[in-house]
Design a binder for this molecule. Structure first.
Ligand SMILES: CC(C)(COP(=O)(O)OP(=O)(O)OC[C@H]1O[C@@H](n2cnc3c(N)ncnc32)[C@H](O)[C@@H]1OP(=O)(O)O)[C@@H](O)C(=O)NCCC(=O)NCCS
Length: 179
């Protein structure tokens, strides 16, 4: 099992299909909360859907296309984060994340994202990390803002969100801005 120990309580593990049951349960418990901000909830209806997603992420990791991590907080799955996309041609990694509501407000995701950024810069030597957030998603936007990203502008109608499209703010951090 490959993991990064962030502190006594917080561990980030490479996501594997064995996490599917617990991760699905977290998704199910937080379905309404997550559906406000994430567009994919309707495609996850049973543990098998989560397992298939984790299988795919592991396959993409093996090809160097993505990295999906599961957040363990005090031994329980709290959420996930990762590089949804690793664009090696341009040296850009695109980060995404979500947590169960009960784990919010403790700085868990900010610390997890900080570690993921370092991993991207040092392990894959990417030159830039991007985070795209819904314009109205202030909790999500606060993470790149806390970590010193630059607001690079708003992409109009950049994400299909159930029955409409949403604008996304793009945040960027360059490798030489962290040293
Ligand atoms: C986005 C999301 C992960 C942010 O969660 P969060 O708990 O606000 O983020 P963090 O874990 O970094 O915690 C930050 C909060 O903990 C507090 N905090 C406590 N200790 C902290 C520490 N050591 N470092 C940073 N923040 C700390 C901060 O003040 C902040 O609280 P506030 O918003 O009341 O000011 C969460 O809202 C979520 O999963 N939303 C639904 C899915 C989603 O929107 N995903 C993103 C799509 S782009």
């Amino acid at each position: 099992m490959f993991y990064r120990q962030i502190d006594r309580h917080l561990q980030l593990r490479l996501s594997v299909p064995q996490f599917a049951d617990e991760l699905f349960q977290l998704t199910e418990t937080n379905r309404d909360y997550l559906k406000t901000w994430l567009p994919w909830l309707d495609s996850i209806q049973k543990p098998e859907d989560t397992r298939r997603f984790l299988d795919l992420q592991l396959h993409r990791f093996s090809k160097g296309l993505a990295l999906h991590e599961t957040i363990f907080y005090e031994g329980r799955i709290a959420g996930v984060l990762g590089y949804n996309l690793l664009d090696h041609t341009n040296g850009i990694g695109q980060i995404g994340y979500w947590m169960g509501e009960e784990f919010t407000g403790k700085g868990i995701m900010t610390r997890a994202v900080k570690d993921l950024i370092l991993l991207g810069f040092h392990y894959w030597d990417i030159q830039k990390v991007e985070i795209r957030c819904g314009v109205a998603n202030s909790k999500s936007r606060a993470i790149p803002e806390r970590l010193g990203f630059t607001n690079e502008g708003t992409l109009r109608r950049a994400e299909k969100f159930y029955d409409h499209y949403r604008d996304l703010v793009v945040y960027g951090l360059l490798q030489d801005e962290t040293e």
